[in-house]
Design a protein around this ligand. Structure first.
Ligand SMILES: [Zn+2]
Ligand SMILES: [Zn+2]
Length: 240
């Protein structure tokens, strides 16, 4: 089980994923200047074969690790650097996820279910602004199976699967309950995601009100730019 400090910058991406900006060093130095004692890099993981765009390439993974390990040493007197990756759960890649987990290279794995694998092995890329209940089921089923593997430490933005929904429904509550039930009795954290709170319908108070105290939660930045680093000591106001 991971422990994240109260003064941590948690869930930070790097430019390797091709949709974040800034250098690794800029993130670290900004975090130090804000008074953070930990910085948790969790860039989007590549998968063998590079089927998913807007990710680092599989061939870049080694560089990610070696660069971060060097930076960890260099900045050790100023800040603790933790290294992880954010990954979807895809059944065909479960062995890869397990190897990643057991490699000892990473301090944590975040389950970030942006896409899901269909039964025929193809990967579904959720479309923006398209109401589609299959998408919610597919994403939630992938997320729940991922939680049950025990290979992940944190579920990023579980409520983001409702980003194409416009108002809270019983169907959404039922899906939410299944996710929360999967997390019950485990050490996994559900992440209240700061980046989600800034986007329309990405963050749902209704979801968080259903989470009982025995299920662990934490707050994450999901930073894709150096400017977005900040301490998260307030409650988010959803944008609908
Ligand atoms: Zn991203
Ligand atoms: Zn993220």
């Amino acid at each position: 089980m991971i422990h994240v400090s109260d003064k941590a910058m948690f869930h930070i991406h790097t430019a390797r994923c091709k949709h974040a900006t800034g250098t690794d060093r800029e993130y670290i130095e900004k975090a130090i200047s804000l008074g953070a004692d930990e910085i948790w890099f969790t860039d989007h993981a590549p998968y063998p074969g590079d089927r998913i765009g807007t990710r680092m390439l599989f061939s870049e993974r080694e560089e990610y690790v070696s660069t971060m390990n060097a930076l960890r040493k260099e900045y050790a007197g100023d800040i603790t650097l933790k290294l992880g990756m954010e990954m979807e759960y895809f059944p065909s890649y479960e062995e890869y996820i397990r190897e990643t987990r057991n490699s000892g290279i990473f301090d944590l794995l975040i389950l970030g279910q942006h896409y899901y694998e269909r039964e025929d092995g193809t990967i579904y890329f959720a479309k923006k602004n398209e109401e589609n209940s299959d998408e919610r089921y597919g994403l939630s089923e992938g997320m729940i199976r991922g939680i049950k593997t025990g290979l992940f430490d944190v579920v990023a933005h579980p409520d983001r699967i409702f980003r194409n929904c416009r108002e809270w429904t019983e169907d959404m509550a039922a899906i939410s309950q299944k996710i929360i039930d999967a997390a019950k009795g485990t050490d996994i954290y559900l992440e209240k995601n700061y980046a989600s709170s800034l986007k329309r319908d990405h963050y749902w108070d209704e979801f968080w009100r259903m989470v009982p105290p025995e299920v662990k939660t934490l707050k994450g930045l999901d930073a894709h730019s150096v400017d977005s680093l900040r301490f998260l000591d307030f409650d988010y106001t959803p944008v609908h």
